[in-house]
Design a protein around this ligand. Sequence first.
Ligand code: MTE
Ligand code: HPA
Ligand code: MOS
Length: 752
Amino acid sequence: MKNIDSNSHVRGLSVYLDDIPLVYGTLFACVYDSPIAHGKLKSIDTNEAAASEGVVRVITAEDLIGENQIGGIVPDEPLLADGEVHFAGQPIAIVVAESEQLARKAAKKIKVEIEPLEVVTDPRVAAANERLIVPPKKFVLGDTESAFKNCEHIFEGRTEQNGQEHLYIETQGAYAVPTENGGLRIFSSTQGPTAVQRAVCRVTGLPMHKVEVDVQRLGGGFGGKEDQANAWAGICAVACQITMRPVKYALHRMEDMRMTGKRHPYSSDYKIGLDKNLKIVAYEASFYQNAGAACDLSPPVLERTLFHCTNSYYIPNVTATAYCCRTNLPPNTAFRGFGGPQGMFVIECAIAHAADKLGVSATEIQRRNLLVDGNEFPYGQLAESEAETSWAQADEKYDLTTLQREADEFNTTSKYFKKGVATMPVCFGISFTKTPMNQARSLVHVYTDGSVAVSTGAVEMGQGVNTKMAQVAAKMFGLEIGAVKVHTTNTLRIANTSPTAASAAADLNGKATQLACETIRDRLFEVAKDLVEAASVNDLSLQDGFVYRNGDKTSLGWQTLVMEAHLQRVNLSEHSHYATPGICFDWTTAKGHPFAYHVYGTAFVGVTVDCLRGRYEIEYVKCCHDFGSSMNTAVDLGQIEGGIVQGIGWVTMEEVVYDADGRLRSNALSTYKVPDIYSVPKEIAVEPLATDRSNLAIFNSKAVGEPPLMYGIGAYFAIRNAIKAFVDCTPPFDLPFTPEKVLMQLYGNAGQ
Ligand code: MTE
Ligand code: HPA
Ligand code: MOS
């Protein structure tokens, strides 16, 4: 089934923040942001800007009525800089004017005096200076120290990983409209309506019941709007509160790139120990996370790096330590995978390192160490593993030996083009690692004409969650999907939402919707029982718009039943709550059962490198992926393809560059390369894993949003293998593997 939005998307009829009709008298905000990365804010001169054409007000920190703070986990992020600036791009003042152009023109007239302070951009330097945002986090399984003593082979190394720009097509933005008695209605492009509501309340001093947040859909979020939509909503809210007029701010692309955080870059150390059978016996890793200038979501991202630091492998002795390092970059944030990809990359590097040194293929080491049922993860949960089954099924379907042989044969005859193949297994835990976040609510109304309205806490951002919510209700009531309308995500209808994140939105909100529909259905069955003279409600079901009794269609149609129930004064609405059962995690012991389940898969990635020019093409990504039983294969295949391409982009071409002064150099699409249609793999093949194990997913359909991104990591290792076929070398583990870096590897690391 198609995504229910596809029709309106292609006709340009879907509504995003910028399409919301503006209320008469709307003003436009624009931010003046810090030109330098660290310094003492000596003075702000707003006089010229305030006198500029069309300007209604210029707002600085001292004008705020509420608290100048939006830091959710650690209160270290002022809405507007006060006293100091901590990153280039940090908002200092808000200009509010009659038009967008006039606001931007006036913002240029603001003058600040900033006394520069030392700029730190390197997480290891930050750690050495004790600039940690939270204390280090650690996972321990077994005893690495004694295990290393018995290892046949030990290898140590270092990896560097870059950031990644979210590049959602719709930039960040918000629109605040005053409501009666000092309330606010906020339209926001956010994954977290409640996060926006909290931030707005904090900076305006309003109680939560006076602030309504409404989200129609996002033109992409990818994690970038889990926390970082808050600032823009806060800015509009403050400006609205002070001017008492509606205020809108939709960021320009370069403002967005400059002012918002990205995927966290990491610098990491590893030590891996193997026995003579290539079993990994011990693994130590230290992760230095470049958190940027404020906490944002860095600690939970860092935690997920630890949760996924052994990927799909069972390693009996693990010590993994992670440092959340404060630097003078824009605060880095959630990005598809949420730290998981960073953890997985390091273990894959350690395995590749061992393979290089031992003269075996990395694939051989990977295969011998896959998780099996009952294996313990470093965090205490026991695996229900599909690592071996997905590997075996991928191998059966795509035949890794033949793929490798074809590449080898090609390489013996081709001088300047070389092929490389790599395997990338993935094991990704589903649930927010912070247990209390794993809850959701859904409000279902059945109207007297039989049509159904659903509101949940899930935010549609292109991933198709609204289609899945409509499918849940349609299935529960035995209706066509057209009978169901999924409405905006709104904090008045659904309160205290968790953000749409962690790939868990369909599960959490789908289960809540299922419960709500079940309750309404049971009430309807009580009414139907008499109408169709059934012995018991248990004999009844709903299909194709009719009531069925013992599997046989009756003449009682859905609409008639609904109307009859209404006349009998039966409640046709329900608001249900779902909380994932059986999950827990205790940070005092760093053990627990944090995930409802894991998603597994295995991908084979093939590339061709042009060894004269350093360019490469991704030939194929062939994976066997664990969907559970997909609710919507069209949507899920789109998620897999999109995730893979985004993952490949991260490890190959996307290069976020800050200079030593902390200024973003890759600040536009002319200097930041994202995958386009020419750089996607020539083939993406997806084989559904055959498994009927039950799990906690909605209708047994496993979460699909993030896990496929990590197949993309295989592209890095495939390129590396191709290079090694051209020249005897051991390329450093340094992402992204841009064509420039490939070329330097091919020709003796020119420039060093
Ligand atoms: N797909 C599209 N088209 N746009 C997005 O912004 N975000 C990803 C993923 N797929 C995203 C996407 C991220 S980071 C997450 S966590 C999940 O979707 C969230 O949605 P879900 O929980 O419904 O899978
Ligand atoms: N994943 C994504 N977003 C989150 C998480 C998580 O585990 N925890 C808090 N926000
Ligand atoms: Mo996704 S990074 O959990 O929004």
